[in-house]
Design a protein around this ligand. Structure first.
Ligand code: TXE
Length: 494
């Protein structure tokens, strides 16, 4: 069967399964989905081995950022999600005779297009939230980590889901385009800005709502009174964990000029002390080397100083690299996402300069500010454009914490996953309003035909709901009572 026919069929069977799944109460859906956490813990070694083998990250990172993050997310979603999906009675002070119920209904079929850097926790987080919200899911893992993507079928095997509720479609960007053409009801994309634009372009043709997580050139700001030991350790881990292949990694270091050498010296010493075999995973996507080579060549052409690293310790591991120098603000390593164990250092004089430097680049997924003066750090943090700003910690620590919404601003994308906000975003709100006293209700006196009495009622009502002073409201209430009585005594003629 031609690929497009397979995709068409995938969507057809997913829609049928979704109708069945949406009829299951959210609390029951949660109970079934929660079994996946048990499966993952029971098969932890297999899950970790598969990730290490195909993605190349260190076992401790596969355990922490993939397995542990995923089971925590599942548990939290299953415990807190159903309440957020429950229909709510919304009081209507302006329409006391009506009862409004706000419902959170599933979109239908959600398409998840996933990256290779967190090949389990990122897609799994999206898949679970979408399923808990009552959707079906078509999942396209990255073509670089297909085996890990396929794990999701095993992880869900014990959940008793309707057949075909989750459709796994392997393939590259071309398959991604075809999946968009298959008209999902919503798309969750994690990947590069360049690809994100193609996804949005294809989605716009239908149109299909999208949630985009596109990475960023995130910065750490180190104020003059920062704890240099803490901040330098945070800078090294924040920029080099997962081999630096993290959307929320520290890509830029903005450090106060007065502590620059003391701080950068510590960063360089700690970066040099990393053991590639134990601390740095291999480069997952070979094409990343092109990015690293280009950024290093550009830095050298500009005469920047490569304080450490700048070459490969093994064919697929870049040595931890720190780059600084006059004019770094124009260098590729500073302006573009390197997505590797590479840090670009720039110094500033005033807090305002640090904010300006941060804001110069469009986008912002996460940021961090280090200072012993929390109020000063908070003042800087409040001025930064980013989805998450950490004070005296690196924001990536909080990546995909189930309680917090996750996503960026500007060229780092839009929409939110995780947290209640991310779950609710996987539903469509619908209001159903009915007569509060039951029955058929009555013809509304403000329906046709229009006349002077109606206008008096509406004018008095506007003064009641819009006046700021109690005296005016009291007078408006009296006017409203009198004019409404006159209106009700007049039999509606239509
Ligand atoms: O991403 P792509 P890649 C950034 C990071 C990295 C760069 C490239 O800077 O260096 O992106 O990584 C699918 N229509 N991030 O090549 O190309 C593709 O098959 C539909 C940051 O992995 O964006 C894969 O499943 N789908 C990011 C997914 O999109 C298409 C994590 C991502 O691939 C498509 C990963 C198309 N036209 C990379 N083309 C983050 N935010 O963490 C590709 N795909």
């Amino acid at each position: 069967m031609a690929h497009d026919d397979v995709i068409t069929l995938r969507y057809q069977v997913a829609r049928r399964a979704q109708a069945q799944w949406a009829a299951v109460p959210a609390a029951q859906r949660a109970r079934q989905l929660a079994r996946a956490a048990d499966w993952m813990l029971d098969h932890a070694d297999e899950v970790i081995a598969t990730i290490v083998h195909e993605n190349g990250k260190r076992p401790v990172e596969a355990l922490g950022h993939e397995l542990s993050a995923s089971v925590a997310n599942i548990r939290w979603l299953c415990e807190h999600g159903p309440a957020a999906l429950r229909p709510q009675d919304v009081p209507l002070p302006l329409m006391p005779h009506r009862r409004a119920e706000l419902r959170r209904e599933p979109w239908g079929v959600v398409l998840v297009i996933a990256p290779w850097n967190f090949p389990l926790s990122i897609p799994l987080g999206h898949v679970f939230a979408a399923l808990l919200a009552g959707n079906a899911v078509i999942l396209k893992p990255s073509e670089i980590t297909p085996t890990i993507g396929a794990l999701i079928d095993d992880i869900l095997a014990d959940c008793g889901l309707p057949a075909n509720l989750v459709g796994l479609v392997q393939g590259d960007g071309k398959v991604g385009q075809r999946l968009i053409a298959g008209r999902p009801d919503k798309i969750l994309f994690t990947g590069s800005l360049a690809t994100g634009r193609k996804v949005m372009e294809a989605a716009a043709a239908v149109p299909i709502p999208v949630c985009m997580e596109l990475g960023g050139v995130d910065a750490m700001i180190v104020l003059p009174d920062a704890d240099l030991d803490l901040a330098s350790s945070a800078a090294v881990w924040g920029s080099m964990f997962n081999g630096g292949q993290v959307c929320a990694s520290v890509e830029r270091l903005l450090v106060h000029e007065s502590i620059r050498e003391a701080f950068v010296g510590r960063v360089v010493d700690k970066a040099r002390s990393l053991e590639p075999a134990t601390d740095l995973g291999r480069i997952t996507a070979p094409r990343q080397r092109d990015v690293y080579d280009r950024h290093l060549a550009d830095a050298r052409e500009r005469g920047l100083t490569i304080r450490c690293g700048g070459d490969y310790c093994t064919p697929d591991t870049l040595a931890p690299t720190v780059v600084e120098g006059e004019g770094i603000e124009d260098a590729a390593v500073y302006r573009e996402e390197t997505f590797g164990p590479m840090l670009a250092v720039r110094s500033f004089r005033r807090d305002d300069d640090a904010v300006r430097m941060h804001e110069e680049l469009d986008g912002g997924l996460t940021a961090s500010v280090f200072s012993r003066n929390e109020a000063r750090a908070a003042a800087v943090a409040s001025r930064l454009s980013a989805g998450l700003v950490s004070i005296n910690d690196v924001a990536a620590t909080l990546h995909a914490l189930p309680q917090l919404p996750w996503g960026g601003v500007g060229s780092s994308g839009f929409g939110r996953s995780h947290g209640i906000e991310g779950l609710v975003a996987l539903t469509r709100s619908k209001v159903v309003d009915t007569p509060r006293a039951g029955g058929l209700g009555f013809k509304r006196p403000w329906w046709f035909p229009y006349d002077a009495t109606q206008r008096e009622v509406i004018a008095a009502h506007a003064r009641l709901v819009g006046s700021g002073s109690l005296r005016k409201r009291a007078r408006a209430a009296a006017d409203l009572g009198r004019s409404t009585l006159r209106l009700l005594l007049r039999h509606p003629r239509l």
